[in-house]
Ligand binder design. Structure first.
Ligand SMILES: *[C@@H]1O[C@H](CO)[C@@H](O)[C@H](O)[C@H]1NC(C)=O
Ligand SMILES: *[C@@H]1O[C@H](CO)[C@@H](O)[C@H](O)[C@H]1NC(C)=O
Length: 483
């Protein structure tokens, strides 16, 4: 809506007592969509390429100001790490060896630890614990910078467990590739890694996820560019109890099983509904990927999670839009309708707009951060683990509350023409103190401001407002708020 010029003048002159704006978000102080567990990233390809880099670890896992490529970047402060159990090895076993897709991208094959079927004993020579050192190095660097939630995930079982020995998928993509007699072995593989990690790497995985986009039909060994494996719902249902008992047998009964990392909200609903009660009981956390973007039944999946008393994570998100526009739009939709308690970006470093930092994991070359990086920083640096997620009542803002610090955080974007956005805190018992300074941070989608900060905004009664350019993202920290 276009604001008449007279009103703009009135507002700028009497901004402390004239409250108006084109739009007002009323933050629901009584709402509670769960306690935020954090923001994270999957390691896999980027960490296998760059896992020895302290500056990248600082950028991703600390809240410091980090020098990088002639710039100073605000650290993202992520606290969730998804570590990828690889499926590849170069040895042969009794004359059999791994089959590679002709289109495979070599940086997307991750070395796995169980190199032959001779022994399930992790101390035997069938297990090679020295591989994948860089991905593990980044996991350690993350931990030493404060990361405190770790998930072990698999894109494919070890190649020798597969019908065609190809960790990119079955020959037509739509059939199961895990050999029926290796279903329990696959569970042993993941459980042994979890146990070994706890004893030897000092990382206790909070959760283990065996299936990456299992219903997809694009995990094709003839054309795949990465590791992947189709699992029917019936096969998942068979593997899950094995995974639960193999974890329990190793003293890991408090390690949750996460399932099933489907590509879309809709396929996650369908897979969850398809699992029987035995399989569902093994699962502690429903994971879903955010690749349906603006579409899909987010609210329906949330209902499934609530009805089953399971945690819900958006465990993988990515796209090629380097501007940050898609990212902020989809995060807000997730907060509004899916209500995950964690949100995980796929690859920190990648090309084609997919990375937060542009780079090439095969050539091991790096360029600068994308604008998307700063848009994500507006969220990750302010909505922190332990905060309660509130209902913003709108599709252009998210809100979180830090009870200990009495701090309300709002992240908002203005999709319309330049205008004031109003935030109504009248539902809080204390909506901050009138006149108190609200620090704000600003990033312009596409290009322009990158996480600039200002202290020019104040609480006015039970409201505050701020001028937004079109496509401007702003974060506000309102002090002294009591729900
Ligand atoms: C894929 O291959 C499997 C095993 O060869 C076969 O049973 C299935 O029908 C095939 N599916 C398609 C869509 O071709
Ligand atoms: C669920 O399926 C598994 C195997 O797929 C089976 O062992 C189990 O008994 C089933 N549970 C129920 C309640 O039907």
């Amino acid at each position: 809506m276009k604001v008449p010029i007279l009103l703009i003048l009135t507002h700028s002159i009497f901004s402390f007592d004239v409250v108006f704006a084109d739009v007002t978000a009323v933050i629901d102080a009584s709402s509670n969509y769960g306690i935020w567990e954090g923001w994270g990233t999957s390691l896999a390809w980027w960490a296998a390429a760059f896992g020895d880099r302290d500056d990248l670890a600082d950028i991703v896992f600390s809240l410091g100001q980090v020098s990088f490529n002639g710039l100073t970047l605000p650290g993202l402060g992520m606290n969730i790490v998804r570590y990828n159990a690889g499926a590849a090895s170069s040895n042969s076993i009794d004359g059999e060896s791994m089959v590679k897709s002709p289109k495979i991208n070599p940086s997307r094959l991750i070395d796995g630890y169980w190199i032959d079927w001779q022994s399930t004993d992790p101390t035997s020579s069938s297990w090679r614990w020295s591989v994948d050192a860089k991905q593990r190095s980044m996991m350690q660097k993350a931990k030493s910078r404060g990361a405190n939630l770790f998930e072990l995930f698999s894109n494919s079982p070890m190649w020798w467990m597969l019908n065609n020995h190809n960790p990119s998928g079955s020959d037509n993509g739509s059939s199961d590739n895990l050999q029926t007699w290796n279903r329990q072995q696959f569970a042993v593989y993941l459980a042994n890694i979890a146990q070994y990690s706890k004893s030897n790497w000092g990382v206790t995985f909070n959760s283990v996820e065996a299936f990456n986009e299992p219903s997809a039909d694009w995990w094709n060994g003839k054309s795949g560019t990465q590791e992947g494996c189709h699992f029917s719902v019936a096969t998942q249902q068979d593997v899950l109890p094995y995974l639960r008992s193999e974890l329990n047998n190793r003293g890991l009964s408090s390690t949750l099983i996460a399932a099933s990392d489907e590509n879309s909200y809709d396929s996650a609903i369908s897979t969850w509904k398809g699992l029987n009660s035995t399989a569902k009981a093994t699962v502690g956390q429903i994971n879903v990927h955010g690749y349906q973007y603006g579409k899909g039944d987010r609210a329906g999946l949330y209902q499934q999670a609530v009805a089953s008393s399971k945690k819900l994570w958006n465990s993988e998100y990515g796209e090629s839009d380097a501007t940050g526009s898609q990212l902020i739009s989809n995060v807000i939709l997730d907060f509004r309708w899916l209500h995950p308690t964690a949100w995980v970006y796929w690859q920190i470093i990648d090309g084609g707009g997919w990375g937060l930092i542009t780079g090439d994991n095969t050539a091991v070359s790096l360029n600068g951060p994308t604008q998307k990086y700063f848009v994500l920083a507006q969220l990750t640096r302010h909505i922190r683990q332990g905060m309660r997620i509130l209902d913003s009542g709108c599709d252009y803002a998210v809100a979180a509350y830090d009870a200990a610090a009495k701090k309300l955080v709002i992240v908002a974007v203005n999709w319309g023409d330049a205008q004031y956005l109003n935030f109504d805190l009248s539902q809080f018992s204390t909506p901050g103190q009138s006149g108190a300074t609200i620090q704000r941070w600003s990033t312009q989608i596409g290009s322009g401001e990158r996480y600039a900060t200002y202290k020019d905004t104040v609480v006015s009664g039970s409201k505050f407002w701020s001028h937004f350019e079109k496509n401007q993202v702003q974060t506000f920290e309102v002090p002294g708020v009591v729900v």
